[in-house]
Ligand binder design. Structure first.
Ligand SMILES: C[S@@+](CC[C@H](N)C(=O)[O-])C[C@H]1O[C@@H](n2cnc3c(N)ncnc32)[C@H](O)[C@@H]1O
Length: 228
């Protein structure tokens, strides 16, 4: 459904997200601890480890993938078996609510990623405070999420497509109208780029300038925050 709805563009967004973060151990540095939250499918986690080895010759940094939904994590684990990280100690899966991350120690991670997940959290400010808690000083919070289209005409077309087409595609492809209706509504409810940047700041992060990068006219956006 993700491929059908976004015409495959979500894969390019994820690639752009990872390239922008440029994850990997730097010369003379120690291996890094990555955390991918709401990471069910493992897409981002595998991409981060691939990038670290390809671009930085980093074969040691580790990633923990967390998700509130054990079935989603099972799917991620299953998919990991067809990657070079199958059963590797560089990849760990944990069922965790992003609002608490009870099994993740304070100041234990160098990078926190969340892709198309935070929109679904019940208490987003609590999740952002938790992200701040688990990151080491200098650690980076990075979010890829659906956002607001920055052009009036394109926004009108996008809204028509979202509200009138996506739920029907959900019904036809996944036999699930309601979940895709929820998806469209949750995107609509999610704060604007500026509002979300302010929420990241409120959680204690320093937000770089510019505060976000729009992808495909703002259909999605990347936000960053640094723990000082
Ligand atoms: C659209 S999927 C995104 C999966 C993955 N990050 C990707 O981009 O392919 C959203 C995920 O958010 C998870 N999720 C929702 N609420 C959560 C919470 N409070 N804590 C952790 N994960 C949550 C869901 O279980 C689901 O796996």
């Amino acid at each position: 459904m993700n491929d059908a709805m976004s015409f495959g563009i979500h894969r390019l967004w994820k690639q752009q997200f990872i390239s922008k973060l440029d994850p990997g151990r730097r010369p003379g540095g120690r291996p890094l601890d990555f955390l991918d939250v709401a990471g069910g499918t493992g897409d981002i986690a595998f991409g981060i480890l691939d990038h670290a080895s390809r671009m930085h010759g980093d074969y040691e940094s580790k990633i923990t993938v967390t998700d509130i939904n054990a079935d989603m994590l099972e799917e991620g684990k299953r998919r990991s078996l067809s990657t070079k990280y199958a059963n590797s100690d560089r990849l760990e899966f944990l069922v965790q609510n992003a609002e608490k991350l009870e099994q993740i120690e304070d100041e234990s991670k160098d990078m926190y990623t969340v892709a198309f997940g935070i929109r679904n959290f019940t208490d987003i400010p609590a999740a952002l405070r938790t992200a701040h808690r688990v990151l080491r000083p200098g650690g980076v919070f990075a979010c890829l999420e659906f956002s607001k289209v920055d052009n009036v005409i394109l926004n009108t077309i996008y809204k028509q497509y979202s509200f009138n087409v996506i739920p029907i595609m959900g019904q036809l492809i996944a036999a699930d109208y309601d979940s895709y209706q929820y998806l469209v509504e949750s995107i609509e409810k999610f704060p604007s780029q500026e509002e979300f940047a302010a929420m990241i700041k409120d959680a204690g992060f320093q937000v770089p300038e510019p505060a976000y990068e729009n992808l495909t006219f703002g259909v999605a956006a990347i936000h960053l925050g640094v723990k000082i």
